[in-house]
Design a protein around this ligand. Structure first.
Ligand code: BTN
Length: 253
């Protein structure tokens, strides 16, 4: 946080062909002691993972699939915020390459015209450890898969190609996205989460709208008021009450 100035990050890109999951590979490297800055980028994944235990369809030629290893010296309660740091960086980076507005849906869906074009998955190694390494896995839909997106998500998903974006070749794109990630990661380490929170809220699709959020038990409903200092969703449930939600998913917005 403030006071723990970040060193310049030297990204080390490791390009692989077909893997199980780039995040699994990055977690393995973290266990072996690899320093931060490692980026594993795959052509395709056989067992790509998404949030909430879902799978992430990752055929060759259809997406960017990469995972970034970070070792932030921040207190444990701030680690989850890194997914929002990455979300802001990816939204800005994608807007930069595509010239299209890329919005955010809490916590870290990347959206174009209200449809999901990418997502971020955070893993820790060791899980629940004191100073864990963080692996941010990033998936971006470049082209719609030949058979379409999985039926369950088809209506809510898009790709850069479907949105009419002309994008550069993949290596150049990843370079641009990593540049943004480095910028926002440094801002986070040097100045804390506040500037990230402000930018995240400015990029958010849903602030002020009524949403329903799936929680462990019953869904909660309310007006999306913003996010708090730890990246939790603030839901105005009426009568002046603000509910803060740290896990789950917005099911309508
Ligand atoms: C989400 O559910 O929105 C997050 C999707 C994250 C997918 C990426 S693809 C690269 C990395 N490797 C994985 O197995 N998952 C992430």
């Amino acid at each position: 946080m403030a006071g723990t100035r970040a060193r310049a990050l030297a990204w080390r890109l490791e390009k692989v062909g077909r893997v199980g999951s780039t995040s699994e590979l990055a977690l393995e490297r973290a266990r072996e002691g690899s320093p931060e800055g490692l980026v594993i980028w795959a052509e395709s994944q056989e067992m790509g993972r998404g949030r909430l235990g879902r799978s992430w369809t990752s055929p060759p030629g259809c997406g960017l699939y990469f995972s970034v290893l970070l070792r932030p010296a921040v207190p444990g309660e701030h680690l989850a915020s890194i997914s929002l740091v990455a979300a802001v960086a990816m939204a800005e980076g994608l807007s930069g390459v595509c010239g299209l507005a890329v919005g955010l849906k809490w916590p870290n869906d990347l959206r174009i015209e209200g449809k999901k074009v990418g997502g971020i998955l955070l893993d820790f190694e060791p899980k629940g450890g004191k100073r864990p390494a963080v692996v941010a896995g990033i998936g971006i839909n470049l082209r719609t898969p030949p058979g379409g997106f999985p039926e369950k998500f088809a209506e809510r998903a898009t790709s850069l190609e479907r949105a009419g974006c002309r994008f550069p070749e993949e290596g150049e794109m990843i370079g641009g996205l990593l540049e943004r990630l480095e910028q926002w990661y440094r801002t986070f380490l040097d100045s804390g989460f506040d500037p990230v929170r402000e930018r995240w809220e400015a990029l958010s699709d849903g602030i002020g709208s009524r949403v329903s959020v799936s929680l462990a038990g019953d869904p909660a409903e309310g007006k999306m008021a913003g996010i708090d200092a730890a990246g939790r969703l603030l839901l105005d449930t009426g009568g002046g009450k603000l509910l803060s939600v740290d896990a789950g998913e917005i099911i309508e917005s």
